[in-house]
Design a protein around this ligand. Structure first.
Ligand code: ATP
Ligand code: MG
Length: 576
């Protein structure tokens, strides 16, 4: 088989990079998995591709390191500009200790809010690795705090994941295993790996900061009795916890006898009120990962200090330890993802809901016109970074624009419309193409002697200037009557021949106008404060044809930007 040149280039790039990492000798397994990561479309053809990879790998490995370097420079892509980044080679690094066919990853959200762009990053990476190694992905709802979790959020997360095109092999809840987790907890106390602590929170904090043990930890007589009482419901919340017997003097404060179970009275979405003793994240996460057969557990960097505890809990219970690794949190500049910051704004009405187009939630990005394919490409273009990632929002836009371009009709919208009367115009019907190159049909518009143009265009006109009304004809301005928010312009039609040098503007025919609004989301936070001007509304006229568009489809308003149809009278601005 002869490879298409872009595939060959990808393989060479991957191979050269890998060779230069390993003293000039690229490793076959690594090159295969990286190639598949950057070109998932090749997976269906894997039998044909592998011999080609071998061939190119042999070629590369037979070169001297200096020759490899030169070759890499020749074929590697130029440094990143946002638009070009779309084409940038990207790939996730190999997973430590991964075996083809045996990798199990999991995405473990807590159903305490709507999923956002950061969750998309985690879920996409988890899924990409599962695919890369022919393994499987588990979607696990980490639902062990009934005070935070709601059925609405489980559903929102499931929908978000589905929208991203992610197909977990298994969907489960941590709460499904609540009694198994409780049993392990009891076992840990019985084997003295943990203890029931009756100290109040203040005392616990004080002893923790001083590195001192409490009396409960040292209790040799009644610890089993306390355990029975804890599960029999004898204690109120805050009267007892189960704590790991860690090391109160450890430099890693996560090891200073962290809480593994606490009592919570709440109505759990799955368990109702029958359970009161809930594991903490520090206990539930390692246990679930281990028991579910997860081989590679990835989480965000802020958990790094908890890795020691994660491993210690499993060791003490003689359970298998998954490989744990971290990646950076993703959020956009000026657009925090934290529920702590978003929830209050929804509650006080500053935002209209989780789908307010200013938010980085998946449901808002969708409403705004972002495509799941673009989000995936964007996330993968960031690769596996450990540094705090706060890319500008524009870098996601670049991916989306590329995906929207050929499928979106190009129609006219004029903001703050101004009437333009054309004196000597004959009534005409024009047939306008809905897209210059894609086959998206056409529309016919009747024009008498008056059209509307956008205020921003009108402002630049003066007597004597010439403009072209796109796809219609040229006019010469004879009179401009513009006041603060009203006005009219008069013109003569001059010639139907296109003159390249004159300004072309969009218009809406007098009898074809559809009053229309465009919601324009702006940065939600500026200087770390809620930006009260974060939602702009543009009013004007669209062509009546816009009312034929399918709800939620994308459109490109010419010289304005991409928008997504929100209802029959309004669209949401996607990006330019
Ligand atoms: P939040 O602060 O929004 O509640 P979280 O970390 O508590 O975020 P979880 O629902 O517990 O959210 O997270 C599920 C998974 O998604 C975890 O593995 C977490 O590391 C990952 N994750 C959460 N936020 C981000 C982010 N901004 N960037 C990358 N991954 C994230
Ligand atoms: Mg959380």
């Amino acid at each position: 088989m002869s490879l298409d040149s872009s595939i060959e280039r990808t393989i060479k790039l991957v191979t050269l990079k890998n060779a230069l990492e390993y003293d000039g000798k690229a490793k076959l397994e690594a090159v295969i998995s990286k190639t598949m990561a950057s070109r998932p479309d090749l997976r269906t053809n894997i039998k044909v591709i592998i011999p080609e990879i071998k061939r190119l790998l042999d070629q590369v490995n037979s070169l001297a390191i200096s020759e490899q370097k030169t070759l890499l420079q020749e074929i590697s892509p130029p440094a990143v500009e946002p638009e070009k980044q779309v084409e940038k080679f990207s790939g996730l690094p190999e997973l430590h200790g991964a075996e083809l066919g045996k990798v199990v990853t999991r995405f473990p959200p807590e159903p305490n809010g709507y999923p956002h762009i950061g969750h998309a990053k985690a879920a996409i990476i988890d899924e990409e690795y599962a695919k890369m190694y022919n393994g499987k992905l588990i979607l696990r709802f980490d639902d062990t705090n009934p005070l935070n979790e709601r059925v609405e959020y489980y559903d929102a997360i499931k929908e978000g994941i589905e929208w991203l095109g992610i197909k977990p092999a298994i969907i489960k809840n941590t709460s499904d295993d609540i009694f198994i987790l409780q049993d392990y907890g009891k076992k840990l106390v019985t084997s003295r790996g943990a203890y029931v602590c009756r100290c109040d929170q203040k005392t616990i904090q004080m002893l923790r900061s001083k590195g001192l043990e409490c009396a409960c930890r040292m209790d040799n007589n009644s610890y089993e009795q306390a355990l029975v009482e804890m599960f029999a419901g004898s204690f109120e919340p805050n009267e007892a916890t189960i704590r790991f017997r860690g090391d109160m003097t450890s430099l890693n404060s996560a090891m200073r006898d962290p809480t593994l179970f606490r009592i919570i009275d709440g109505d759990h979405p799955v368990l109702g009120t029958k359970v009161r003793v809930y594991p903490t994240y520090d206990f539930a996460a390692p246990l679930e990962d281990s028991l579910d057969g997860v081989t590679h557990a990835m989480r965000t960097k802020e958990y790094e200090l908890r890795n020691e505890l994660y491993n210690a809990v499993l060791e003490r219970l003689h359970l298998r330890k998954p490989v744990v690794s971290e990646f950076s949190r993703l959020e956009f500049e000026g657009l925090p993802v934290s529920k702590r910051r978003i929830k209050p704004l929804i509650e006080n009405g500053s935002l209209s809901g989780w789908d307010d187009p200013r938010l980085p939630t998946l449901i808002a990005l969708k409403r705004r016109g972002f495509l799941p394919e673009a989000i995936r490409k964007f996330v993968l273009s960031l690769g596996w970074t450990l540094a705090e990632a706060k890319p500008p929002f524009e870098s996601l836009e670049a991916f989306n624009r590329k995906n929207l371009d050929e499928h979106s009709m190009r129609l006219f919208f004029v903001r703050d419309p101004i009437e333009l009367r054309i004196k000597n115009a004959n009534p005409v019907s024009v047939e306008l193409r809905n897209h210059p190159s894609s086959n998206l049909g056409s529309r016919s518009v009747r024009v008498n002697d008056t059209v509307y143009i956008a205020r921003s265009d009108a402002d630049r006109l003066s007597e004597g200037s010439t403009i072209r009304l796109m796809e219609l004809y040229n006019v010469k301005i004879t009179k401009v009557e513009l006041a603060q928010d009203i006005g009219r312009i008069y013109a003569d039609m001059i010639s139907t021949n296109l003159t390249h040098s004159i300004q072309k503007i969009q218009w809406v025919a007098y009898d074809d106008k559809l009053p229309y609004k465009i919601i324009i989301p702006k940065k939600l936070f500026s200087n770390d404060k809620f930006n009260s001007n974060s939602l702009e509304i543009a009013s004007g006229y669209a062509e009546s044809f816009v009312s034929n568009l399918r709800l939620h489809s994308s459109v490109q308003f010419v010289r304005y930007g991409f928008c997504r149809i929100d209802n029959s009278q309004q669209a949401v601005f996607t990006h330019r």
